[in-house]
Design a protein around this ligand. Structure first.
Ligand code: AMP
Length: 278
């Protein structure tokens, strides 16, 4: 496994792989790896000859009052996990290698990223699109694997790849959960005391939504209220609870199978998101 810290070295490796006829798979991450990330690496192995993992906590996608500075980091452990998972390359750049101090070009998606997390975290998807566009140009992957855990992010990136003609395939892999249902997340490490137990409200509210539509359509508003009750019973502060069309991400009046329920809450100071295709 080779570790690269500069875009130039990473790009040279990718160009050599391409020249040798190899298919490159990319798994972009912010590090502090868990089984969710490892499932993406496994998926990338199925679809490529050489897997590159990027580990970069991207400052541009964090708001001024968010957790950029204290986002969990453990480089040594992440590298060991990447090696064990059979990654051929890890791209681990410092912020200064990714953003010139006078950087002035950003990528914005103007529809799918407006609601949900986009509305709650202004500028977030601009940061996401910009860093992914850069990673695609640096790693030159044939396929990039993302997690459904960040449903809106995956939709925004798919749209960017389509609309800007990036020559790669976007694959979205299922959410990996703890045995009790909590979606794995690097931010789960922030949960203290009873917060870990209270965080189960997210998967329970999504379970309720899934069961509700299994028997037929139901009014979105009353379903969202019932999901909200579950969250509040777990002492979670709701950021949003939405039922949306799986493709357009527009809220639906009537919840149907195939729609997506998405939740963002604060569990203490920690913002958690989860979703489920109904
Ligand atoms: P992050 O490091 O949190 O930015 O996530 C990097 C990638 O891993 C993104 O594509 C996430 O959607 C994905 N991911 C994060 N958590 C999970 C999970 N529990 N299951 C599957 N994929 C995940």
């Amino acid at each position: 496994m080779t570790i690269f810290n500069t875009p130039e070295e990473m790009q040279a490796w990718s160009q050599a792989k391409r020249a040798a006829g190899k298919r490159i798979g990319l798994v972009p991450t912010m590090g502090y790896l868990h089984a969710g990330h490892l499932s993406l690496i496994a998926e990338a192995h199925k679809r490529s000859d050489a897997v590159a993992v990027s580990i970069f906590v991207n400052p541009v996608q964090f708001g001024p009052n968010e957790d950029f500075a204290k986002y969990p980091r453990d480089e040594a452990r992440d590298l060991a996990l990447c090696r064990e998972a059979g990654a051929a390359a890890v791209f681990l750049p410092p912020v200064s290698a990714m953003y010139a101090s006078d950087a002035s070009v950003y990528v914005t998606e103007e529809r799918l990223g407006n609601g949900l997390c986009g509305a709650r975290r202004p500028g977030h998807f601009r940061g996401v699109c910009t860093v992914e566009a850069k990673l695609f140009n640096i790693v030159l992957p044939h396929v990039a694997v993302f997690g459904q855990k960040d449903y809106q992010q995956a939709a925004v990136i798919r749209r960017m790849v389509r609309d800007l003609n990036f020559p790669l395939e976007v694959v979205v892999a299922p959410i990996v959960r703890e045995p009790d249902g909590l979606a794995m997340s690097s931010r789960n490490v922030y949960l203290v005391g009873d917060e870990r137990q209270r965080a189960l409200g997210l998967s329970r509210a999504l379970q309720l939504a899934s069961e509700a539509v299994a028997d037929g359509p139901c009014a979105s508003e009353s379903l969202r209220r019932r999901m909200g009750d579950v969250l509040e019973n777990h002492a979670l502060k709701i950021d949003y609870v939405e039922i949306v069309d799986a493709e357009t991400l527009e809220p639906v009046a009537e919840a149907l199978r195939g729609n997506v329920a998405l939740i963002a809450v604060f569990c203490g100071k920690t913002r958690l998101i989860d979703n489920r295709v109904l």
